[in-house]
Design a protein around this ligand. Structure first.
Ligand code: HEC
Ligand code: HEC
Ligand code: HEC
Length: 177
């Protein structure tokens, strides 16, 4: 249904309204660190729940964010507050790439700066290449905001484990001028 509305709205500002409506729905679901008994996954009636650490007890000590899971993960890593293990198998090569790619097909929105360093400090190249993105700037021609909002491309992680899609400017950060 949404797909049809999107295709039949030729007008850019109505499309932005659709995006805005989706986002408001997202904001209404977000809260502070959700307690285990309210997360819809743990059984609040099970006495074992008291043995588990509440997410807030661990996460509230990390650099805070106002959205998503309320943690600025990139900052936490950069400040050394956390030092996650880089590999499980000792012989796995770690590849960090310091390269920003500008993705310009954003209509009237500011362009995208995609930072490799911040991603490859968490992820391997094979998480994205070549099935999600081609390793040639501008070569991935099928990515668009609708697909992303549907959980494809950047939306596979952003809104799921990384900061949510409400934060337009963290991706759309490069002014056209
Ligand atoms: C996780 C990163 C990310 C976030 C957050 C994000 N975008 Fe995008 N957006 C993209 C990418 C990537 C493209 C495609 C760029 C390309 O192909 O050159 C895009 C494209 C677009 C386009 C171009 C037309 C289209 O439909 O593709 C619009 C308009 C747009 N985004 C609006 C928004 C708005 C409004 C928000 C916030 C509500 C937002 N975006 C949040 C990554 C993001
Ligand atoms: C989180 C996803 C992600 C990861 C992980 C990732 N990349 Fe990319 N990469 C991208 C995106 C997005 C682009 C831009 C594609 C486009 O513009 O069509 C890109 C583009 C590239 C390019 C083209 C740059 C240019 O200027 O033409 C190269 C080379 C590349 N990646 C190599 C790597 C290597 C090597 C790794 C691992 C060390 C890696 N990437 C990890 C998403 C990723
Ligand atoms: C495979 C998972 C994955 C994909 C795909 C992905 N990201 Fe990310 N991204 C992450 C993670 C994990 C982080 C770090 C956690 C966070 O910032 O919430 C991150 C962080 C970022 C940051 C913040 C960097 C900083 O300095 O704070 C930007 C900007 C970003 N991503 C843009 C994008 C764009 C644009 C795309 C699509 C072209 C994309 N990401 C695709 C996982 C992903």
């Amino acid at each position: 249904m949404l797909m049809r509305i999107w295709h039949f709205t030729r007008n850019k500002s109505s499309r932005l309204w659709i995006v805005a409506m989706l986002l408001l729905a997202g904001v209404a679901w977000a809260g502070d660190h959700v307690r285990l008994a309210q997360d819809g996954m743990h059984d609040p009636a099970n006495p074992g729940i008291k043995l588990l650490q509440e997410p807030g007890d661990a996460l509230s000590k990390l650099p805070p964010d106002v959205v998503g899971n309320r943690v600025r993960w990139v900052k936490a890593l950069e400040q050394g507050v956390i030092a996650p293990r880089t590999n499980i198998m000792p012989d796995t090569p770690i590849r960090v790439l310091d390269l920003d790619v500008i993705m310009p097909r954003t209509g009237e929105m500011p362009m995208i700066r995609f930072p490799h360093r911040q991603h490859t400090e968490w992820l391997d190249c094979s998480n994205c290449h070549e099935h999600l993105f081609k390793s040639k700037a501008g070569a991935t021609t099928t990515v668009n905001m609708f697909q992303i909002l549907q959980g494809e491309y950047c939306g596979l992680c952003h809104g799921a484990v990384a900061f949510p899609l409400t934060e337009c400017k963290r991706c759309h950060s490069v002014d056209r001028k």
